[in-house]
Write a protein that binds this ligand. Structure first.
Ligand code: KIV
Ligand code: ZN
Length: 522
């Protein structure tokens, strides 16, 4: 462990993905994990293997395929959890970590676990030992550490270190701490727990009071050398500490934080943020620090004038350093397959030959409708393709009539894929609605006989100009706890809406009956 280095532990795929509506499939998780490796995170918490087959498979596949960072699986201090995590992270070999956690605060002990301090201490030690039998690299988290009695916290941390933990993470599970308290807690435990010098102390903060990043940085000031965070700060409730904010905080204010080194490559930040936003369908708010669209735009005349005279008058970071605004020559309908493949690679998108062919076809289609296909368009097409699930229903034809004196009407033709050997069926119907999007979605409902309630709808222009691609992101509720996101992009916003809705319908069908439906095109 190097004292002048802060390790980045990314939990976008575990704590981040845990929040409702942010679920990713295996393909999406792999893309995110590969990009996290490119971003330079030190540890990827890839999931909580015991919770589902999907989580187990994702951790295992990431451990198998993603090179560079340590791959970590979460487990309660329960034998079956630890065995599952050990099995899932095994393919990472020496880069495998098991993260065991157990509630330690009075409220967790009494109301959640119904156990006294001595029993909690025993379970923690057993959990760490069991994990240690599988891997060298074991992290222990006393859950709700910030609300745990300090004496007991010192005791349990000490016991976990003696049992073999190599990282001690002290989470602010409910986002209750203030920066001063959280920093002091680190200082106190590091000073009083025997063996503290042998392990890395870690901060894990939630944003319920908007203090997650401030608390993480306070912990670093008081000796933490690992920060647990998520891209764009996604996570349970108000989210986790945002990786990009901690990284740029440490870099920009190195003078204050002691010039600590980090492995994060800032130039990859914006690309990672966009990828995570697309894969989770969680839009980034415009004014979000570092990665929001407005993070570096200055509208006040005085500011613009100052910036033109000397950038540093109103800018503390260079937007290009975090990956904003690096524009390349756009593609056109005349660009060849090779140019598309090279550009995808350059943009950090790992695609098979088959995927490149599909995206190349989409570039040609879009190129027929608009002059230039910009990098942002290409990323939207590629990421739209990654987030596609095997299609049961696919859009064939859409015609819409609307206007201020017309009842909005849509005619939709869909293809239905029933099996690998049977040709697709064609179904057509029409719908009327409050507006053209509503009419198109109603026509889709009539054909598929599936009714999704639209919970959220967002439209954004992917690139510049009146002919920009429109990207629609929706959340639809199909009942019985099936709330799914969908995305679609097109130069026509009604078509983009229909594609986004069908994407959610296909996800729903895939979730309901995973295997038999895996028949449509990819
Ligand atoms: O917030 C929390 O306490 C957690 C633990 C599992 C580390 O996510
Ligand atoms: Zn958490």
């Amino acid at each position: 462990m190097k004292q002048d280095r802060v390790y980045f532990f990314d939990t976008t795929l575990r704590d981040g993905e845990q929040c409702p509506g942010a679920a990713m499939n295996l393909r999406e998780k792999l893309q995110v994990a590969r990009q996290l490796a490119r971003l330079g995170v030190d540890i990827i918490e890839a999931g909580f293997p015991i919770t589902s087959e999907g989580d187990f498979a994702a951790v295992q596949q990431i451990a198998r395929e993603v090179k560079g960072p340590v791959i970590c699986g979460l487990a309660r201090c329960v034998p079956k959890d630890i065995e599952a995590a050990a099995e899932a992270v095994k393919p990472a070999g020496k880069r495998a970590r098991i993260h065991v956690f157990l509630g330690t605060s009075k409220i967790h002990r009494e109301f959640k676990l119904g156990k006294a301090q001595a029993e909690i201490l025993r379970l923690a030690v057993e959990g760490v030992r069991r994990a240690k039998a599988h891997v060298e690299n074991v992290e222990f988290s006393p859950e709700d550490a910030s609300r745990t009695e300090l004496d007991f916290l010192v005791n349990i941390v000490q016991a976990a270190i003696e049992a073999g933990a190599t990282t001690i993470n002290m989470p602010d599970t409910v986002g209750y701490a203030t920066p001063a308290e959280y920093g002091e807690m680190f200082a106190h435990v590091i000073q009083h727990a025997r063996g503290a010098g042998r392990v890395v102390f870690s901060a894990h903060c939630h944003d319920d009071l908007g203090l997650a990043v401030a608390n993480s940085l306070a912990a670093v000031r008081h000796g933490a050398r690992q920060v647990e965070c998520t891209v764009n700060g996604i996570g349970e409730r108000a989210g986790n500490a945002a990786l990009e904010e901690i990284a740029m905080g440490l870099k920009t204010r190195g003078d204050f934080y002691g010039n600590l080194r980090i492995g994060i490559r800032p130039g990859e930040i914006v690309r990672t943020s966009r990828l995570v936003s697309r894969m989770t369908s969680f839009l980034v708010q415009r004014n979000k620090a570092i990665v929001g669209e407005n993070a570096f735009s200055h509208s006040a005349g005085i500011h613009q004038d100052g910036i033109l005279k000397k950038r540093e008058t109103y800018e503390i970071m260079n937007p290009e350093d975090v990956g904003w605004g690096k524009t390349e020559l756009p593609l056109t309908k005349h660009s060849g397959r090779h140019a598309v493949a090279v550009r995808l690679k350059h943009l950090g998108l790992n695609m098979s030959d088959g995927d490149v062919n599909t995206i190349f076809t989409r570039v040609k289609q879009i190129g027929d409708k608009k002059k230039f296909v910009y990098d942002d368009d290409l990323v939207a097409l590629a990421e739209g393709h990654i987030t596609e699930v095997p299609e049961t229903w696919s859009l064939e034809y859409l015609s819409v009539s609307s206007g201020n004196h017309t009842v909005p009407t849509a005619t939709v033709r869909l293809k239905r894929f029933t099996g690998p050997k049977t040709p697709p069926e064609t179904h057509q119907d029409a719908g009327i609605g409050d507006g053209p999007v509503d009419a198109a979605l109603k026509a889709i409902d009539r054909i598929t006989k599936i009714r999704g309630r639209l919970k959220d709808y967002a439209l954004r222009a992917v690139s510049q100009g009146k002919d920009a691609l429109g990207e629609v992101t929706i959340q639809a509720d199909f009942g019985n706890g099936h709330q799914l996101a969908g995305k679609g992009a097109s130069t026509d916003v009604i078509e983009a809406s229909a594609r986004a809705y069908l994407n959610a319908v296909n996800r729903y069908l895939n979730e309901r009956e995973p295997n038999p439906r895996k028949t449509g095109p990819r």
